[in-house]
Write a protein that binds this ligand. Structure first.
Ligand code: SF4
Length: 236
């Protein structure tokens, strides 16, 4: 039962379920900024169903950590999709596992095309991630992707390579370039807005829908208060 929290946005009629734990161990993981202590309590599938049932939901999102590592995901996704009629999305996935049935959309984080860097800084190979990304698209899931621009590790040319990889699958897949937000114990600096925009520009050479963000640590920590897209209330 690794789902430990549910929030709700009335504006978007969206419930978001938070899963604890991840199957990667990225050196730049922004969860290090929020503290990654194991929650004291988890929510049972019955409790999750009960909470979702009383909300007016059109969308149910699963975020992490890595939602596909949650053993309850298949039955909760089925309930949200088939009983509530909601659009179901995994809002952050490593792509290491294929999502279960009843998931409509997945947002995959593609770290780098370099398997050596991937293994060194996340603990696993990227081969399965890249194969799964393509397989999800082929299966008809709505996929989008994001990558973190990390000066000195994943630079603008790496971002362009990733964009080219995505474009070879489908140039209409949306892609988001995220400026690295420095975390304790990691050696990299935050990119400038100009560097993020340059990387975005290179990705645009290959893809039709490219966006970017360049948050400060503060922006990141308070995004649920400052950004209307993430404003929500905790319901469980
Ligand atoms: S995949 Fe995401 S949540 Fe998991 S360790 Fe990496 S950055 Fe953190």
């Amino acid at each position: 039962m690794p789902i430990f929290k549910i929030t709700y946005s009335g504006r978007f009629k969206r419930a978001t379920l938070y899963n604890y734990g991840c199957n990667l161990n990225c050196a730049w993981c922004s969860y290090r900024l929020k503290g990654d202590a194991q929650p004291e309590k988890f929510l049972s599938p019955d409790r999750i169903r009960e909470v979702l049932q009383r909300l007016d939901v059109q969308r149910v999102h699963f975020v992490g950590g890595e939602p596909t590592s949650c053993p309850d995901l298949p039955e909760i996704a089925e309930f949200a999709h088939d009983v509530l009629g909601a659009f179901t999305k995994i809002g952050h996935s490593t792509g290491f596992n294929m999502p279960p049935e009843h998931i409509d959309a997945v947002s995959i984080s593609i770290k780098t095309l370099s398997d050596g860097i991937h293994k060194k800084y996340t603990g696993v190979s990227n081969v399965r991630v890249l194969e799964n990304f393509e397989a999800m698209h082929r299966k008809g899931l709505t996929v989008d992707a994001s990558s973190v621009l990390i000066p000195g590790l994943v630079d603008k040319n790496d971002i362009e390579q990733i964009a080219r990889f995505i474009a070879d699958i489908d140039p209409e897949i949306p892609y988001h370039v995220i400026g690295y937000v420095p975390v304790p114990g990691a050696p990299w600096r935050r990119p400038t807005s100009k560097e993020v925009k340059e990387a975005e520009g290179l990705a645009r050479r290959h893809l039709g829908y490219v966006t970017s963000s360049c948050l400060t640590v503060e922006d990141f920590l308070y995004s649920q208060v400052r950004d209307v897209r993430y404003k929500s209330i905790r319901v469980a």
